[in-house]
Ligand binder design. Structure first.
Ligand SMILES: C[S@@+](CC[C@H](N)C(=O)[O-])C[C@H]1O[C@@H](n2cnc3c(N)ncnc32)[C@H](O)[C@@H]1O
Length: 284
């Protein structure tokens, strides 16, 4: 068990799908244009929402390697409906320790959704280096960026948001998490290994009708504030009660900020291969 319930991932999936930025997705598609079949590895796949969101846009035959360390989520991912031209293999792997195993073999594109804010700076650096060593493009969607906006506002919002963002920086199994700065860090790390990056905001927007999603988030955020002892319990309960009343009354809207990133190596594997062939002694 990873602590991410299938119910929560199912609840957030349509908000993720709506938030994904088309320009970033199109850049990812461009990176695999002309490949048939195309091999994609999805890191921290959960129940497979990244594949469900992306696969329908890929015109070619696809093989997906779905990697996660939560066996019950992986089982659902393996059974997930997918386009006829897509095949998927679920791979149990602890990415904190065995990232390389997930990336080895035939891979044309690395995808991930809602992972980078969980990882540490050293792990992100490792991801950038491992992708660069294999000249693999990366499409990393939905990294939380620290921005939460409520309509209408409540006097308790700012303290809770600060607590949520502090909680985001705590260890989620990869060392101290990057949390809200994950997107910016990823852009910098991939640029540092010579990648070209394209990034756009991909915010969740929840209207008054999105009661279940709003209530799930509010409960999670109150729990994070409680865990960090960010303020007296009475204040947290008071905030949660007031916000839930607004949700129940159909008067609450929320925005949760995210960033989508696509990063591609400037040199393709084909170019590198022909370069090394033309300079290898056997060819002289
Ligand atoms: C926020 S969920 C996102 C899941 C999925 N990508 C989605 O968007 O629905 C984070 C995922 O990271 C996985 N995860 C967390 N730590 C992991 C680790 N050390 N190795 C592999 N997967 C991990 C969890 O099991 C979970 O599926």
């Amino acid at each position: 068990m990873s602590g991410f319930s299938a119910d929560w991932l199912t609840l957030r999936e349509p908000f993720d799908a709506a938030a994904r930025h088309v320009r970033v997705r199109d850049e990812a598609l461009r990176s695999i244009a002309g490949l048939d079949p195309v091999a994609i590895v999805d890191l921290a796949c959960g129940t497979g929402s990244g594949m469900r969101a992306f696969a329908p846009f890929v015109p070619a035959r696809q093989t997906w390697r779905l990697a996660d360390n939560d066996l019950s989520l992986l089982a659902r991912a393996a059974e997930s409906p997918r386009p006829e031209r897509a095949q998927a293999t679920a791979v149990p792997v602890d990415l904190a320790h065995d990232l390389e195993a997930a990336l080895d073999g035939a891979v044309d594109l690395v995808t991930t959704t809602a992972l980078l804010d969980l990882v540490s700076a050293p792990w992100l650096e490792r991801l950038a280096i491992e992708c660069a060593a294999r000249r693999l493009p990366l499409y990393a969607a939905l990294s939380y960026n620290g921005h939460i906006a409520f309509t209408p506002e409540d006097r308790g919002d700012a303290v809770i948001v600060a607590a949520v963002n502090a909680h985001q920086r705590t260890d989620k199994g990869f060392g101290p998490a990057l949390g809200p700065i994950a997107g910016a860090e990823a852009i910098a790390r991939f640029a540092a290994v010579g990648y070209v990056t394209v990034h756009e905001t991909s915010d969740w927007t929840m209207g008054p009708q999105d009661r279940e999603m709003q209530n799930a988030l509010l409960a999670g955020w109150a729990g994070a504030a409680r865990e960090l002892d960010a303020q007296p319990l009475d204040d947290i309960i008071g905030w949660l009660t007031r916000r839930r009343e607004l949700v129940a009354a159909g008067r609450s809207s929320m925005i949760v900020g995210h960033v989508d990133l696509f990063a591609r190596p400037t040199e393709t594997r084909e170019a590198a291969r022909s370069q090394s062939n033309s300079t290898s002694p056997s060819r002289r």
